[in-house]
Design a protein. Structure first.
Length: 347
């Protein structure tokens, strides 16, 4: 992953502890999580990288590869989408928005280079270039009750709808939720914007943004979970990441069959675990009904302001309904299920 060294130096000078290019914290992690829950916080989003897909065939190229209808990602609207294997299993989940004549694809930084290479294999004779724009584009997250007011003073008009996009000079602002926004800006302009925003918001490490995504029920595929889930298992069709009316893309038949003919045996749930041990995406989950087989898998995990971890977990729905689900073994920490912020369809 490339990270703009000047920007990294700027954040370090402003108190950031950075490991492997990602801001871990500015102070105490628990205080930052509490601020995320109760206050207004500012986060550098280098946890994610950004690919640029440009060229006159960019739209048709992405339309043939991704689960969503790229034609709906215009200058005023971002979208979630996935890149799947031929078997319909997710290789990456991403947020996409227009940038000039091309598209920006934001996904966890560990997957940027592997997915850039994989997408590039499909270019063939298309007039398309897939490049890593991670060091050129700085994405900042602002979350909390005052986020809207702070950004309105800074930029003026803001997007109204979730995943709406507003342009303000060189910046684009994506509305993630009512109190949560992402600002994408050039690396040259980022220090001045950070300096302005940090007057009104507490800077926090990347786990705080991870926690917000988890509590919002928004999954991100990571190297440990590639090819583990069809999109519906992680509720991707419920949060607008799949379009069932568009044409073919890798895995499309399987994703469509699951939607219209199949019975989905696994779903993603929100849960809390009281554990001081490190929880990792890809950790298996167990329940007594599965006779030694795993009944689920952690998708994402982040420390919780309440202690322990909050997680997104794909679990056998029958096990979720009738059993106690444990982390790593039948003797492991118990998943305490919490309501998601959106409804799951009946089985």
């Amino acid at each position: 992953m490339t990270m703009n060294q000047d920007w990294q130096n700027f954040l370090a000078q402003h108190g950031a502890t950075i490991e492997a290019g990602v801001v871990q914290r500015f102070g105490g992690p628990l205080a930052e999580l509490n601020a995320t829950m109760q206050g207004t916080v500012l986060c550098d989003l280098k946890r994610f990288g950004t690919l640029r897909v440009s060229g006159e065939d960019a739209e048709s190229f992405l339309q043939n590869l991704l689960s969503n209808d790229i034609r709906e990602a215009g200058s005023t609207r971002a979208q979630l989408s996935s890149f799947n294997s031929a078997k319909g299993r997710m290789l990456a989940s991403m947020m996409i928005w227009r940038d000039g004549d091309g598209y920006l694809l934001q996904l966890p930084h560990e997957l940027c280079e592997p997915i850039r290479k994989k997408l590039s294999m499909y270019v063939l004779r298309s007039k398309v270039k897939v490049s890593d724009a991670s060091s050129d584009i700085i994405s900042l997250g602002l979350s909390g009750a005052k986020a809207q007011e702070i950004l309105r003073k800074q930029f003026g008009e803001l997007p109204q709808q979730p995943l709406g996009v507003a342009q303000a000079g060189q910046a684009s602002i994506v509305k993630i939720a009512e109190t949560r926004f992402q600002i994408n800006i050039t690396s040259q302009e980022a220090p001045a914007l950070w300096t302005a925003l940090v007057l009104h918001a507490q800077p926090v490490g990347s786990v705080c943004w991870d926690w917000l995504n988890i509590r919002s029920g928004i999954p991100f595929i990571l190297p440990q979970t590639q090819e583990q889930f069809v999109p519906q298992m992680v509720n991707f069709e419920l949060i607008g990441g799949v379009n069932f009316k568009k044409g073919c893309y890798p895995g499309q038949e399987i994703v469509a069959r699951m939607q219209y003919l199949g019975k989905l045996k696994r779903r993603m749930f929100l849960a809390h675990l009281d554990s001081s041990e490190l929880l990792q995406p890809g950790d298996e989950l167990f329940s007594a009904d599965m006779e030694g087989q795993a009944s689920g898998m952690l998708v994402n995990a982040a420390p919780s302001p309440a202690g322990g971890y909050d997680v997104l977990a794909v679990v056998q729905t029958s096990s979720r309904e009738t059993q106690t689900v444990h982390w790593k073994s039948l003797q492991g920490a118990v998943l305490q299920f919490l309501p998601l912020p959106y409804s799951l369809p009946p089985n």
